[in-house]
Design a binder for this molecule. Structure first.
Ligand code: G16
Length: 557
């Protein structure tokens, strides 16, 4: 195999965001861009391994590669294989057709004790030549690379002068096979479903779930033409016996059928309308581009991600065999609704609040501090892997429904009666001039102390800060993670407004404002009714119209 050393010029925009590097696809397709980033990752990973052990087995351990099937997926996989071979990797494992969901990648990395893996995805962002592409690197525990490593990747990328690439033709990734090269290196094309499906069968009582579907229970799962289609077809229809046609939009397409594979009230609107119609099934669910997010909706009952996390935490010990010994603790990202904290308090277990980004949960799980974690952005998962897991969340809900023998709506209402209700909304202002958005946050930071006592929506600000996370496992501090305004009525703290800039967008800045108000008495209002005064006052307070010319948010979830 001939190895070429290619001279290159460094790019200065390869800093990974909340979950890897995301850019417009064409940006990724420009000469040397993908190669430079991949080489920077490989260098940083090698450096990290050598710092721990000079004789590290890095290159003899498997390297996993797969993606969500979006435009440029297969081409990018071929490029990464060639760089990995040239850099000395001896076992490269690529999912058949390049299709591997993020939770399946985490499963495979753990099952095969791999050194890590590349996942090609921009997650919930739209796909296609004119849309978005992304790469993230998962480390040996199957979780996204931590900040220390991603920052190092960025540093290396800014000074990169050359990369190594094998000069060989593209590979056929369509059939399961193993190819051995003259230097002893192997390229294995593996079935991307097996390890994941096996793991789900170990975690859940599939006999109980088969009985549920046998009794006439109905499901509609919208795979949004993204990566979970084949997994969902296999698990729900082929193994568990859900009626054929229960899984819709199950063929992964390079542009997700022109849709936006983000399972929320805006982009999964059709599913939600269906679940509020006479045709509704017992459970509706969807997942995103790379299969790590989930949406749960019952008949006439949308379940907010914060409630879904809290409800799963509340019931998992009783309803899912593998968790029968109880939970170690729970964790949520800071902007996520605090409903799950109430469950933790009742269960007498620890609850953790981390910055946005699944990577922050890994340390807690590796240190056996938490069993379940989740985020407002429709992500839920447990310590079975180190990524959030869309289908796992749906299997949790099926298990709860099978055990409780109640409707989704009844389970949600029972939860509110037991714990009270956290009314919640996220408002996204998209495609903002980045410098102005940064300035807005910087100005707010300087004003924080003077905000105490200010009124918003009839409530007063009791405390104002900028969230800083002290990782209880490795001791690191991550600061500037979002501005928090804690609100109180005359007696107690009852809610929060949080705002921060997204780290996953590809154009301009996206301002996310999260509103949360807790209510013990009014359980049947809509979030709009409860939050509207707060929303109106916050828009005025932040001068969003004057700054960005927007009357209201582009997306409300
Ligand atoms: C990623 C991260 C999540 C985060 C989400 C949104 O999810 O893994 O932790 O909540 O982005 O991040 P931001 O608010 O910074 O845009 P995914 O599903 O896109 O990989």
């Amino acid at each position: 195999m001939q190895i070429k050393n290619i001279q290159t010029t460094a790019f200065n925009d390869q800093r990974p965001g909340t979950a890897g590097l995301r850019k417009k696809t064409k940006h990724f397709m420009q000469a040397h861009y993908l190669e430079n980033f991949t080489q920077s990752v490989l260098n940083a990973v090698q450096e990290k391994a050598a710092a721990v052990d000079q004789n590290s087995e890095l290159y003899n351990k498997p390297l996993i590669i797969g993606g969500d099937g979006r435009f440029f997926n297969r081409q990018a996989i071929n490029t990464i294989i060639k760089l990995a071979l040239a850099n000395g990797y001896k076992q490269i494992c690529v999912a058949q057709n390049g299709i591997l969901s993020s939770p399946a990648a985490s499963t495979v990395i753990r099952a095969r004790q791999a050194s890590g893996g590349f996942i090609l995805s921009a997650s919930h962002n739209p796909g296609g030549e004119n849309e978005d592409f992304g790469i993230k690197y998962d480390v040996e525990n199957g979780g996204p690379a931590q900040e220390k490593l991603t920052e190092r990747i960025f540093e290396i990328s800014k000074n990169l002068t050359q990369y190594q690439i094998a000069d060989i033709p593209d590979f056929n990734l369509t059939t399961v096979s193993t190819q051995t090269f003259a230097n002893g290196a192997k390229l294995e094309v593996f079935d991307g479903l097996n390890d994941y499906v096996n793991l789900m069968q170990k975690l859940f009582d599939f006999d109980q779930l088969k009985a549920l579907f046998n009794s006439g229970f109905t499901l509609r799962f919208d795979a949004m033409h993204a990566v979970t289609g084949p997994y969902a077809k296999k698990i729900f229809e082929e193994i568990l016996g859900a009626k054929s046609g229960s899984v819709i939009n199950y063929i992964p397409l390079e542009d997700f059928g022109g849709g936006h594979p983000d399972p929320n009230q805006v982009h999964a609107r059709k599913l939600i309308e269906f679940m509020y119609s006479d045709l509704a099934t017992d459970l509706g669910a969807a997942s995103d581009g790379d299969g790590d997010r989930n949406l749960i909706v019952g008949q006439n009952c949308f379940v907010s991600p914060g409630d879904s996390l809290a409800i799963i935490a509340r019931h998992m010990q009783a309803c899912i065999p593998v968790y029968k010994n109880g939970l170690l603790g729970v964790a949520r990202s800071m902007p996520t609704s605090q409903a799950v904290d109430l469950v933790a308090q009742k269960l007498g277990i620890a609850h953790y609040e981390t910055p946005t980004g699944w990577k922050f949960f890994s340390n807690l799980m590796d240190a056996n501090k938490c069993t379940i974690c989740g985020e407002e952005s429709f992500g839920t998962g447990s310590n079975h892997i180190r990524e959030k897991d869309g289908l796992w969340a749906v299997l949790c809900w099926l298990s709860i429904l099978a055990y409780q023998k109640k409707s989704v709506q009844n389970i949600v209402q029972d939860f509110w009666v037991e714990f009270g209700r956290n009314y919640y909304q996220r408002h996204d202002y998209e495609d903002l001039e980045l410098s102005k958005a940064n300035e807005l946050l910087a100005n707010c930071r300087t004003q924080l102390p003077s905000l105490i006592g200010k009124e918003l929506g009839g409530l007063s600000i009791a405390q104002a800060d900028d969230f800083s996370y002290h990782d209880p496992v490795e001791g690191s501090i991550t600061s500037k993670q979002g501005i928090r305004l804690f609100l109180k009525n005359t007696t107690s703290t009852i809610g929060r407004i949080v705002f921060r800039l997204s780290g996953t967008g590809t154009t301009g800045g996206t301002l996310r404002i999260y509103y949360e108000l807790y209510d013990r008495e009014h359980l049947d209002c809509t979030a709009d009714e409860i939050l509207q005064n707060l929303v109106l006052d916050t828009r005025k307070f932040l001068k969003l119209k004057e700054l960005f010319g927007k009357e209201k948010a582009d997306i409300i979830t």
